[in-house]
Ligand binder design. Structure first.
Ligand code: SAM
Length: 243
């Protein structure tokens, strides 16, 4: 018999030793169906086939659960969440942690907003803004999250500048990266040091890697630089200076 979305998802989670309940799997199934419905109207994802979606969106989003970074009350931020990945699957599995899903495109967040309502998730909020703007306009967000993560948003030097300013000293940033993780890490060494971070570990295999950065020191106030600058002039030694 052909395997369905739930079977593939369960199989993937077991492979990664991530515990799950029937309710969590059925909530993810609901989220998948809602995603397909919205995807007819808004272009949210090219990955719609059940096996691919179960692996590449849903199980992939839950990989941070292999770390021990999520005790109850952990305050999490998902930068560039798009349709809510990885933030929504993680929020379903971690009802005692709080999540803010951030994206600059309101249309994409309309899906996440509806999903939060329909799934009755009490631990998730959404915000339409660019990371560089949010931290300036709402200064209390600076250095206020225990864990910040980001999937498929930018190269690591750029992500470090967008994310580490939000992380509390002692907290962590998790970057979802492919097999190029080691190279990206080398390229981001200067940005990590400049923003107050320190490489902690990589969790993963040859296909998918989670790069985990610990915040050791507060980030200098001048970071992140203004809107668009982190992408245009990624922080690298010698060539670039903060402006
Ligand atoms: N994280 C989701 C995923 O893995 O499916 C979405 C990835 S999508 C390729 C990148 C998203 O990042 C887009 O929705 C874009 O609007 C958002 N984004 C890019 N730069 C951003 C910034 N500076 N602040 C907030 N969101 C940003």
């Amino acid at each position: 018999m052909e395997k369905n979305f739930e079977d593939i998802l369960a199989e993937e989670l077991e492979k990664h030793k991530i515990k799950y309940s029937k309710k969590e799997i059925s909530d993810l199934r609901f989220l998948y169906e809602l995603l397909l419905e919205y995807n007819k109207k808004i272009n949210l994802t090219a990955i719609t086939e059940p096996h691919q979606a179960a692996r590449k969106h849903f199980a992939d989003s839950l990989l941070p659960l292999k770390s021990e970074l999520f005790p109850p009350k952990t305050k999490c931020l998902d930068i560039g969440t798009g349709a809510g990945f990885p933030g929504l699957p993680l929020a379903i599995f971690l009802p005692e942690c709080d999540f803010l899903l951030l994206d600059s495109i309101a249309k994409k967040l309309s899906f996440a907003s509806d999903a939060i309502k329909k799934l009755g998730l009490k631990n998730v909020k959404i915000k339409v803004s660019r990371a560089e703007n949010l931290i300036r306009e709402e200064n209390e967000t600076r250095e206020s999250f225990d864990v910040v993560f980001s999937r498929a948003v930018a190269s690591l030097p750029v992500l470090i500048e967008l994310s580490l300013p939000f992380v509390k000293t002692g907290g962590h940033f998790i970057a979802f990266k492919s097999k190029e993780a080691e190279n990206e890490l080398r390229d981001a060494a200067f940005a990590i040091k400049t923003l107050g971070g320190e490489f902690e570990t990589i969790i993963g295999d040859h296909e998918r890697n989670l790069i985990i950065i610990k915040k050791k020191n507060p980030t200098p106030e001048k970071y992140p630089r203004r809107n668009g600058v982190p992408e245009k002039r990624p922080l690298r030694e010698t060539k670039n200076d903060a402006s």
